[in-house]
Design a protein around this ligand. Sequence first.
Ligand SMILES: [Zn+2]
Length: 292
Amino acid sequence: MEMQASRIPKSKRLLARAFEVTKLSHALLKAQALITRGSYIRAINYHGTPKSLADGLEEQLRFFSRHFSDVSYNDLESFFRSGKWHKKKPGLIISFDDGLRSNGEVAVPLLEKYGFTGWFFVPVAFIDSPPSEQLAFARSHQIVPDESYADGRIAMSWEELREMSKRHVVGCHTRTHRRMTAEVSDEEIEDEIVHARDDLQEKLGRKVYVYCWVGGEEHTYSARAARAIRRAGYRFAFMTNNAPITARTNPLQLQRTNIEAFFSLDVVRFQISGAMDLLYTGKRRRVNRLTA
Ligand SMILES: [Zn+2]
């Protein structure tokens, strides 16, 4: 726990603390709701949710349930179709990247307890790997294993995903957890974005309309990959450049803010207060222009 807390940069912890002490996080959150008349959706993304952090995750979900409403896939569709958010509180999309087993075992029951839809973005080849090879796959593809299990399986299984996809959203996070940097070839882009989605659909036995970019560093977004996402027919694509989603947002440029289960509540409040949106303005504009 101590070690994980130190993964949050000290500057951010201090800033979050200062925001908390001065009640700025709370004021910003209220201001956003007022300005948009509550007609916006915030999207956040987690990675691993190990058992040891279940209490912290539950505290976060309890906090979210006080300030936000659930967003199902149909809710998001109707938000863009009607241009209006139809629930009292702003929406919150709670997403989980990388297909880790702890998401299915720890996060799903808690999400259901608090009435939230989980949005799970999975690298298809990670789920497909035999359990004995998953740790090596994670290490060589920049996926952070968060828990070890006696049988070696650290990814969600296809059975789990099929079952979850009845109540939650499963999206494509490429095949091999690939960042779309300049050196990725057109053939590789096609496989990671289009064929991986086709395989995911076949495994789940249902349509997949959601894509999620990998990495999030500025050089991991590209115009070529953005074209493939459009051509593939995805309805929604998620990025990580911090902004509320409004009816005017490009549905293929849905921004998320990173939250982890080990974040303290003051850091969580700071992250979704809108302060991060301001810090990311320049990068977000450049990425949105590149991928428009
Ligand atoms: Zn990822």
